[in-house]
Write a protein that binds this ligand. Structure first.
Ligand code: GLN
Length: 489
């Protein structure tokens, strides 16, 4: 591991220690990650844009900074960013032809925060177009492959970020999660992925899919790294009305090795019909481990409205998307179809050829749900059920400190398997969607393997209690070795 050529395998906390002691430089670490990319990227295809030149410049700057005695937890450490987070001067495509040539004139708040620490940005990762999907196959450019089995999907929509971290192309990555897009790919690739509480991390500069559900979060190799990245990302911003002015703790303080007196509920409704038996078995073993660590586990926990979450999500998310995506008219942003004879035709042609089939499906679903004749029956009804789901979560957290469920009902599926069947694709997120509807935080951590394919465990807590999630996640991780395994590439 001490060979400079293997530096790409390091976690954030390991790399930080070596940088601090000046045993390695950020330029060496960055070169190692870029070399790793050159080896695995042709198989995995996690990246849309690789910014090797500016990454090496940033690394050299970080080294100078460290040389003057200044180092913060992310200083000099290479990262990849999902391609819907605005990066000044770096193309931000959202996995869409519509924004194929869009270069943002400003940085998202989270990017400003990384840059303030002198982090190194290696490039932008592949994703389902506008984050709509669960497999990264809806990218307008190419699908990403699961590093554990190249014939399978990495999950989505942050599939590029998850696959890149699992293959050590980057030390960590940023993703976004509207209904499961950080947690589900983290589970499919055997890494750690956290969706923070709604309002915890700034969405300024995140290209909007469904604004009342979207959150940015970290994808990392272990729970310690997740806490370190959250320390940087979390916090109030006056630039955004939904940002919550709630103090940010030091998340590394939650990393303790026991679960004594912690009350953990297992909501039965998340062990859905059609769930893969081996995934169920893996979860049982994991729950047994939580008990050994001192948790009081209650299997009778119940969230009865869970069965409505999928329907609520697929009314509200497309409704918000249809409004958010109205801005892509060929005038203000990105692609513009040439040779139209009037303005209406120009907009029609731009949207016809700029958007892919899944995005069009969502816009149609949303426009329908919001149309005058159906607004009350669909949109308003879904909002009411959303309130019920939120209330159920409020109530259940009076009884439990955390909830534990599978991240997904199955392991990673084959490329192409669900592409022609949208409903099957939507079902991949049954366990993760309710969390966004309720606005609560949740993590996925590695919890075993089925025939060489990873299983994820989801840990959920009440709003703004990421600390309890990290405590459970860390204690479990330290008692297992799943997070130490790497795909055989
Ligand atoms: N798979 C879900 C969807 O397609 C969630 C996506 C996400 O979280 N961005 O909408």
């Amino acid at each position: 591991m001490n060979a400079v050529s293997d530096l790409y395998q390091l976690t954030i906390h390991e790399a930080h220690e070596l940088l601090r002691q000046r045993k390695i430089s950020s330029v060496e670490l960055t070169k190692s990650a870029l070399t790793r990319m050159a080896v695995v990227e042709s198989k995995v295809r996690a990246c849309i844009t690789i910014t090797d030149e500016s990454a090496l410049e940033q690394a050299a700057e970080a080294d100078t900074h460290i040389g003057t005695g200044h180092i913060q937890p992310l200083t000099g450490i290479p990262t990849l960013v999902k391609d819907l987070i605005c990066t000044k001067g770096i193309r931000t495509t959202c996995g869409s032809k519509m924004l194929e040539a869009f270069v943002p004139p400003y940085d998202a708040t989270v990017i400003e925060k990384l840059k303030a620490q002198k982090a190194v940005i290696l490039g932008k990762t592949n994703m389902d177009e506008f984050a709509m999907g669960s497999s990264t196959e809806h990218s307008a450019f190419f699908p990403t492959h699961n590093p554990w089995d190249l014939s399978r999907v990495p999950g989505g929509s942050s599939g590029g970020s998850a696959a890149a971290v699992a293959t050590d192309e980057a030390v960590y990555a940023l993703g976004s999660d509207t209904g499961g897009s950080i947690r589900q790919p983290a589970g499919f690739c055997s890494i750690v992925g956290l969706k923070p509480s709604y309002g915890r991390v700034s969405r300024f500069g995140l290209v909007a899919f469904a604004s009342s559900l979207d959150q940015i979060g970290p994808l990392t190799k272990d729970v310690t790294d997740c806490a370190l990245v959250m320390n940087v990302l979390a916090g109030y911003t006056p630039r955004e009305s939904t940002s919550v002015p709630c103090p940010v703790p030091d998340y590394t303080k939650s990393l303790v090795r026991n679960l004594k007196d912690l009350r953990i509920g297992i909501p039965q409704e998340y062990f859905v019909e059609g769930m893969q038996q081996e995934v169920r078995d893996a979860l049982e073993t994991a729950i047994g481990r939580l008990k050994q660590l001192g948790a009081q586990v209650d299997r009778e926990a119940s969230l009865p409205s869970t069965k409505y979450a999928l329907a609520v999500y697929y009314i509200l998310a497309p409704s918000e998307a249809s409004a958010n995506l109205a801005r892509y008219d060929g005038v203000k942003y990105g692609f513009s179809a040439p040779n139209a004879s009037n303005a209406i035709e120009a907009t029609e042609r731009t949207r016809q050829s700029g958007f892919g089939p899944e995005v069009k499906r969502r816009i149609m679903l949303g426009t329908y749900a919001l149309s005058a004749g159906y607004y009350d029956a669909y949109y308003v009804k879904a909002q009411k059920v959303r309130t019920l789901i939120r209330q159920e979560f409020e109530d259940i957290f009076r009884k439990y400190d955390a909830l534990v469920t599978p991240t997904s009902p199955t392991v990673a599926f084959n490329l192409g398997e669900k592409l022609e069947d949208p409903l099957q694709m939507y079902l991949a997120d049954v366990c993760t969607l309710p969390i966004n509807i309720a606005g609560v935080p949740a993590i996925s951590v590695p919890a075993g393997f089925v025939d060489g394919l990873p299983v994820g465990m989801q840990i959920i807590a009440k709003p703004f209690d990421e600390e309890t999630i990290l405590r459970v996640a860390f204690a479990y991780e330290q008692a297992t070795d799943w997070h130490e395994r790497r795909p055989p590439l």
